[in-house]
Design a protein around this ligand. Structure first.
Ligand SMILES: [Zn+2]
Length: 259
């Protein structure tokens, strides 16, 4: 079985890929709403596909439908509860909108509060992804773990993009935007992977429930955060198309690639 250090290395590499999403900010490329919406929806499609093909599917092979279903329901409920408990922002292009939707957007000089809010959003998004990789490796499913790390690495690029583009218009230096974007993936994903790894190591046979849990949390992130972020600018058709491309990509990768 893959050991914890290797899992930490793999998820750190996948997390570091997030930094590539800041490249447009580095080169001051003007990002259209269409490109932004398309990128976020692509990441949402990849996450949905990973939840279905890399978590729910192998979950039902190793366990019962009931175990996986309970995991999905609890994972989604957990995400919604965490969503209420953890202060965070919803990503939005050109401005960060406040969580409640009724208060004013946070002031740019209130940097500590803003950092907490951004950190909350990133943790809510990235923790289920890291968790998924950790539980797969701890269950001895190297192929599933590698596939998940690979597809999560791929969708970390548009995730980073979704973070970097709004961050780029807040007046932060380019170096900071690149740095924060990179850390946004490179810290929470290995931490969550370690948590998932240790939990599954401690309790054998928990993979079907744990895989369902990670899948449910990821599906909840997609619907709660990413679909709204990719709509509202008038490019719903483009976003829908890239969502399907992302979903299909994972279907093909998961079916064709045997690590
Ligand atoms: Zn993601």
């Amino acid at each position: 079985m893959t050991d914890l250090v290797t899992v930490l290395l793999i998820t750190t590499v996948a997390g570091l890929v997030t930094g590539l999403g800041a490249v447009p900010v580095l080169f001051e490329t003007r990002v259209s709403h269409r490109a932004y919406d398309g990128a976020v929806a692509f990441a949402a499609g990849v996450m949905s596909g990973a939840a279905v093909f890399s978590l729910i599917d192998p979950g039902t092979e190793l366990g019962t439908v009931g175990e996986v279903a309970v995991g999905v329901a609890v994972g989604a409920a957990f995400l919604l509860l965490a969503n209420r408990a953890i202060p965070h922002l919803h990503a939005g292009y050109l401005e960060w909108t406040s969580d409640s939707g009724d208060g004013p957007a946070p002031q740019t000089d209130d940097s500590l509060r803003k950092a907490v809010l951004i950190g909350g959003s990133i943790t809510l998004h990235n923790a289920p992804e890291g968790l998924a990789v950790g539980i797969a490796f701890a269950s001895g499913l190297e192929g599933v773990g590698m596939t998940l790390a690979f597809v999560i690495g791929i969708q970390n690029i548009p995730d980073g993009f979704a973070f970097a583009v709004p961050a780029g218009v807040t007046g932060l230096s380019k170096a900071r935007v690149v740095g924060y974007t990179t850390l946004s993936g490179a810290i929470p994903q290995p931490v969550a992977a370690a948590v998932g790894f240790v939990l599954v190591e401690l309790s054998e046979g928990v993979f079907p429930v744990a895989a369902g849990f990670a899948a449910g949390a990821m599906i909840a992130v997609v619907f709660r955060e990413m679909i709204p972020s990719s709509h509202g600018h008038g490019y719903s058709d483009a976003a829908t198309a890239t969502f399907v491309v992302g979903f299909l990509l994972i279907f093909v990768v998961d079916t064709a690639l045997v690590f």
